[in-house]
Design a protein around this ligand. Sequence first.
Ligand code: 5AD
Ligand code: SF4
Length: 454
Amino acid sequence: MKKLFIKTYGCQMNAYDSARMAELLAPHGYGVTDRADDADLVILNTCHIREKAGEKVYSEVGRLREIKQARPGMTIAVAGCVAQAEGAEMLRRAPTIDLVVGPQSYHRLPEMLARGHARQVATDFPADSKFDHLPEAADRIGPSAFLTIQEGCDKFCTFCVVPYTRGAEQSRPAADVEREARALVARGARELTLLGQNVNAYRGPEAGGEPVGLGALVRRLARISGLLRIRYTTSHPRDVDDALIAAHAEEPALMPFLHLPVQSGADRVLAAMNRGHSADDYRRIVARLRAARPDLALSSDFIVGFPGETDAEFAATLALIAEIGFAQAFSFKYSRRPGTPAAASPDQIPEDVKDARLAAVQALLRRQQDDFAAAQVGRTLPVLIERPGRHEGQVVGRSPYLQGVHLRAPVAAIGSVIPVTIESAGPNSLAGRRASMVAESGAAAVQAPERMAV
Ligand code: 5AD
Ligand code: SF4
């Protein structure tokens, strides 16, 4: 058995791709290890979204060089978005790298490996989808699984490299998604997170019919027996349509937690970012979603220090955050990405201003996150039990809002949704106790459709 070590950077799409690469390579004799120094194949699955991504990869490769010198048969592959962006340049710059494969080409890894030690690059966007080449693995998996349904982005936000590294928007056929969802549930998944760079732009081709949107897809997947929870990420405000809002209202399996990036609260900045929506559009969408699902909690992404952002515009972002209230959020300093329109702007914001704005936005978001967690204390939440805890007799699960929840329960509860009364809230997770004995086994939980106990 050869050993495979995969290091994953960046988003959940990469986490999904890493899992698929491991499955793809298993029939070729590769078993996963969690140590680079005894691996025969190391894959760095990279992210290009913010600064110094390439540099980080080269310094990681530098560390691997020493290991490789001691293990001459070792193969080092760079996958993901840095591979896509830099291509053959990586082989020139780092002699330690053997293979460079983009996010749309990694299904070719076995054939590349079979060619021995020839250094190779595959970063094209092939006409045949990688999904047609990926195996369906037979092993059991954890209760929560990712399923990529859409890739790429046509939005061209002026700060973002994704449309260049991941290519145009492409949706997998609805029937293929449903088949993969059923296979994941058969292997033990109880929660599926549907992934896409622009997941709610999903328009799944359907033989002999109209393309299927995300709302209709969610309804279809919600019928799969044994599938208790559905999530999707990352969505764009422009693609929140009536059918998706209706699915939030009517499908209890669709979790009341939504990552809906807004980036800024200032209309001039949103226009300069080419977001295609105003701050008021965002407010209206959130109001409609909350009307459909009153217990909905929100997460978002924010960029501070976008070129030209004034103090007043930054204040508008803080005001929007204060008004909407987020359960959780990510915030970033604007990072100049070569080749993107905003990188060429002469109005770059000084680093110290960006630092101060980031600190302010993060303080506000942290307060909101803590308040949201504290507000769960005393409530009974349905928790999907995912794994054993660190201590004997303890298990860890997730609330509908993706908060980790620690409680005492037998490991047999893994894979079930059980009601948990929250007793305390820490900075990163909640702790509680089982509210009742119902729905302990997977089978019982499957019978009982989940509904938030609010
Ligand atoms: N600078 C800072 N943040 C960025 N993001 C994407 N590109 C950049 C950039 N150039 C952030 C956005 C996006 C998230 C995935 O990463 O907020 O929603
Ligand atoms: Fe990047 Fe904008 Fe596309 Fe999101 S919508 S991936 S931020 S270009």
